[in-house]
Design a protein around this ligand. Sequence first.
Ligand code: GTQ
Ligand code: FE2
Length: 347
Amino acid sequence: MKIEGCLSNTELAKHNCRVHQPDDPPFMTREPRSPMVTVHWAWTDLSRLLDRLGAEVALERGGNRRTLRLTNPGVPIGTTHTFWGSVQHILPGEIATAHRHAAHAIRFIMLGESATTTVEGERYPMRKGDLLLTPAWTWHDHQHDGVEPMTWLDGLDISLVNSLQAMFFEAYPEDQQPVRTPPDRSQRIYGSGIFRPARRKLPELVSPIPVYSWDRAHAALREFASTDPDPFDDFVLEYQNPLTGGPALPTLGMALQWLRPGMHGRSHRHTGSVLYYVVQGEGASTVSGKRYEWSEGDFLAVPPWVWHEHENRSHREASILFQLNDLPVMHALGLYREEAHSGSGGQ
Ligand code: GTQ
Ligand code: FE2
């Protein structure tokens, strides 16, 4: 728009108005242009940093946590523009004190044993490969009774909640909340995954299951992996809310991905951002033309709408990736789009 006469933005600003200027950045781009960048974190680096973090950073009361945040240099804060992935480290005898927040949170257990987390009075052991949920505004605290340090991935939709200006936080008046008996009540009611209690008001927004155990997840994935592969992702199972068939949380998507030995997937791109954690195996992902070789314990963050493809570098062992993503938000708001690469072999 061309401005005739003396209608200037300086003048308009007095009335909290403005007109478009030729040098304004475009606000409708032809397609998404994310400032987020692809980042690969190698476990060899992270594990050294975690050892130092444990030795040098004290865990304070008041709901604090000892975490190594996976930061993305392209966004002001967080791992992607919508969520944070952090590696939490807790030492034998420590308590991460109780609090609650408006952000939804998940934990995927990476290493260690004998820690528990208590969510709304139900106490759960944390075992390698388990996924635990602490949905928005649920009281939660962690306690470590083991002898070795314990390490897990935290995922929180903090950036999304902050951008929507809906954050709340509250510390529990004591270090820990009381544990109810039986401690695994929700698991007993909803845990079968194939039954739902009759005549009961059922939760819809968040999954009623606080823990998705590795044993059950792995068994399901193995069976699924003997069926028909997806050309891009091979085999992906999403953690679901068993009462609705929808995602376990409304803002964070969690999934397990199985890549068969030697598989090399086709390239595609979609809206939404993803953080991958390598549970098992060794492979590579090519993102925007750059190849990232990964192995067990590594992380890879992939921005929205960039071409990416995965391969398993092993010809003997399957690779398993845990995914944290914001796809439930994209689907809920009608913003999910996907495109297959049309190049030769899709690569
Ligand atoms: O364990 O409750 O990485 O509240 C960030 C915020 C973990 C937790 C994080 C949290 C937690
Ligand atoms: Fe928390």
